[in-house]
Design a protein around this ligand. Structure first.
Ligand SMILES: CC(C)(COP(=O)(O)OP(=O)(O)OC[C@H]1O[C@@H](n2cnc3c(N)ncnc32)[C@H](O)[C@@H]1OP(=O)(O)O)[C@@H](O)C(=O)NCCC(=O)NCCS
Length: 164
């Protein structure tokens, strides 16, 4: 019997993907903590991501949710959500990045860039003019993959703890 060829695809996320997307979100948030990411992968955070994924997929929230699927399982995602801007901005209508993740076994093969490019096309079609995102200091792969997508840098983000 001939074996089926493994298939890999970058495609818009679907409602049935949400449980797997949330598992990948947890991996994503865990990894961001290595670079000082402040978002904790708690049940509350994961529930918030569930709301974002469900809203974007169901189009009650504007944005783009894209999945990387391999042989029927998800091995990556990219999520951007509309950033409400009740002020005048040179960015125009903008979406904010909530995560780009590629399973370590699939990295370095262009899937990070492909996820961003598919999402950017969806955003453009939906009338977005700009995508905005944050990369943590020291996240060289994250920085490199954004630059590969012609990213422009403005300023730095920082913090000071007011309590110990
Ligand atoms: C960032 C991430 C999504 C990149 O995914 P990927 O599929 O490996 O990236 P790509 O293969 O599309 O590569 C994109 C660019 O990044 C570079 N890159 C990939 N891995 C790299 C690494 N470990 N160090 C330096 N550059 C790297 C590639 O060389 C490529 O640039 P080039 O085309 O100029 O050579 C992936 O590393 C990841 O999931 N990291 C954990 C989550 C994360 O940090 N997300 C990004 C937040 S901004």
């Amino acid at each position: 019997m001939a074996l089926a060829e493994p298939s890999i695809a970058v495609r818009p996320a679907e409602e049935a993907d949400i449980p797997e997307l949330l598992v990948l979100t947890k991996d994503y948030l865990d990894e961001q903590q290595d670079f000082g990411g402040d978002v904790l992968p708690t049940p509350r955070t994961i529930d918030y991501y569930r709301t974002l994924f469900a809203g974007v997929i169901g189009k009650t929230i504007m944005g783009a949710a894209v999945a990387l699927s391999w042989n029927g399982s998800l091995v990556g995602f990219h999520l951007t959500v509309e950033l409400p801007m009740p002020w005048d901005s040179m960015f125009g209508r903008a979406a904010l990045g909530f995560g780009t993740f590629v399973d370590p076994a699939f990295r370095g093969r262009g899937f990070g860039v492909a996820l961003r490019e598919v999402a950017n096309d969806l955003l453009r079609e939906a009338g977005f003019e700009t995508v905005i995102g944050l990369v943590h200091t020291g996240n060289q792969p994250g920085e490199q993959s954004l630059e590969r997508c012609d990213w422009k840098w403005v300023g730095r983000m920082g913090y000071k703890r007011l309590v110990s």
